[in-house]
Write a protein that binds this ligand. Structure first.
Ligand SMILES: *[C@@H]1O[C@H](CO)[C@@H](O)[C@H](O)[C@H]1NC(C)=O
Ligand SMILES: *[C@@H]1O[C@H](CO)[C@@H](O)[C@H](O)[C@H]1NC(C)=O
Ligand SMILES: [Ca+2]
Length: 140
C-alpha cells in the first residue's frame, strides 16, 4: 500500500514536470518586451498562458498548436508538416515545447503586433479580456 502511494505521488509529480510555476512565466513575459503593446498588461499575457496551457510548455494537444501559448503552425512556426505554413516567427515549432520560453515570448510579440492582437486567442477572449487579471501577477 505504501509502495503504491509512493508510485502514485511520483507519477503525479512526473506528469507535471513540464509545467512552469506562475512567477517564472511572469518573469519571462516581463523581460520579453510585450507588456504595453496595444495596452496589454502583464496580467493579460499570464492569464492567456494559464488558460491556453496551464503553463505546460510541452502541450501539443492539437497537431498544429504548440506550447505554453498554443502558437499555431499555420502562421507562426515550422513543424515540417502543416500545409502552406508561413513560419512568420522564423522558428521550428519544437522550440516552442521546451521549458525556455524566451523565444515563445519573442514570437508572441510578433503575433500581438498583428491586427487581431490577443484577440487571436479564444483562451484570452473568453477568460481574460475585460477581466481583472491582477491575480495572475500577484506576489511575483
Ligand atoms: C533561452 O533561450 C534563449 C534563446 O532563445 C537564450 O538566449 C537563453 O540563454 C536561454 N536561457 C536559458 C536559461 O537557457
Ligand atoms: C483587481 O482586483 C484586485 C484584488 O483582487 C484589486 O486590488 C484591484 O483594485 C482590482 N482592480 C481593478 C481595476 O478593479
Ligand atoms: Ca521555447
Amino acid at each position: 500500500m505504501k509502495i503504491y502511494l509512493l508510485f502514485l505521488v511520483a507519477f503525479a509529480l512526473a506528469g507535471n514536470s513540464w509545467a512552469l510555476d506562475r512567477c517564472s512565466v511572469v518573469r519571462a513575459i516581463r523581460r520579453g518586451g510585450v507588456v504595453g503593446i496595444k495596452g496589454y498588461t502583464l496580467g493579460d499575457y499570464v492569464c492567456l498562458a494559464y488558460h491556453a496551457s496551464r503553463y505546460d510548455t510541452s502541450l501539443n494537444r492539437s497537431p498544429t498548436e504548440y506550447g505554453i501559448f498554443q502558437i499555431n503552425s499555420y502562421w507562426w512556426c515550422d513543424d515540417g508538416k502543416t500545409p502552406r505554413r508561413k513560419n512568420l516567427c522564423g522558428l521550428p515549432c519544437k522550440n516552442l515545447l521546451n521549458t525556455n520560453i524566451s523565444d515563445d515570448v519573442k514570437c508572441l510579440k510578433t503575433i500581438v503586433s498583428d491586427p487581431n492582437g490577443l484577440g487571436a486567442w479564444n483562451a484570452w477572449k473568453n477568460n481574460c479580456k475585460g477581466k481583472n487579471v491582477s491575480s495572475y501577477v500577484r506576489g511575483c
